[in-house]
Design a protein around this ligand. Structure first.
Ligand SMILES: [Zn+2]
Length: 173
C-alpha cells in the first residue's frame, strides 16, 4: 500500500476508538511493517477491526497482517493472483507455444494467457494441456533461453565498452 492509504487507515481506526493518532515516528515504524499489504483489502480489514474489537488493537501491524491473511483465505482467487508467480506452465503468465505445421519449415509459434495461474487479467485463458491436445508444445523460455542476470556493478562497468560481437550462424540443410 502507499503511505497515504496507511495514514488514512490508522486515522480512521484511531478516530473510531476515540484515540489520538500515534506520533509520526510510530507511524513510520508501523508503515514499514505493513507496506507489503496491498490497498485492496484495507476497507475489509478496517471493517473487521471495527466490528470485532471494543478497543483499538494493541499491536495494529500484527492485527493487520492477521486480518490480511484471513482476507486471503476468504478470497483465494486474489491469493492465486499474487502468489502463482512460479507457475510451472508459463512464462510470467504467457503460454509460449509452438507447433510443427506443414508446409512450413520452422514451427509456427503462438502465445496465450495461461489458464493455470491466470496471473494476467485477460478475458480468455488457455490451459497448457488444452494447447497440447491441439498439437502445440511448450517452448520453455526459462530453460532454453535463460539470460544470465548481471549484477549492477558489472553492468555499470561495461558502460562505454564495445559490445561483444555476436556471430550469427546461418542454418544450412
Ligand atoms: Zn501460468
Amino acid at each position: 500500500m502507499v503511505q497515504s492509504k496507511f495514514v488514512e487507515f490508522v486515522t480512521d481506526v484511531f478516530d473510531y476508538f476515540e484515540r489520538k493518532r500515534p506520533n509520526d515516528n510510530t507511524m513510520d515504524l508501523w508503515f514499514d511493517e505493513v507496506r507489503n499489504i496491498p490497498d485492496e483489502p484495507l476497507e475489509w480489514i478496517k471493517g473487521k477491526i471495527f466490528k470485532e474489537n471494543d478497543n483499538k488493537p494493541s499491536n495494529l501491524p500484527a492485527t493487520m497482517w492477521a486480518l490480511y491473511n484471513a482476507w486471503l483465505q476468504a478470497n483465494p482467487h486474489k491469493r492465486a493472483f499474487t502468489e502463482e508467480k512460479d507457475c510451472p506452465d508459463c512464462e510470467s503468465g504467457w503460454l509460449i507455444l509452438e507447433k510443427d505445421q506443414d508446409p512450413y519449415r520452422t514451427p509456427i509459434s503462438a502465445t496465450a494467457p495461461c489458464g493455470r495461474c491466470r496471473q494476467l487479467r485477460m478475458p480468455k485463458y488457455l490451459r497448457l494441456e488444452d494447447a497440447m491436445l491441439a498439437g502445440f508444445r511448450r517452448k520453455n523460455l526459462t530453460t532454453e533461453y535463460a539470460v544470465r542476470r548481471r549484477p549492477v556493478r558489472e553492468l555499470a562497468a561495461s558502460i562505454g565498452r564495445n559490445v561483444p560481437q555476436v556471430n550469427t550462424v546461418a542454418q544450412e540443410d
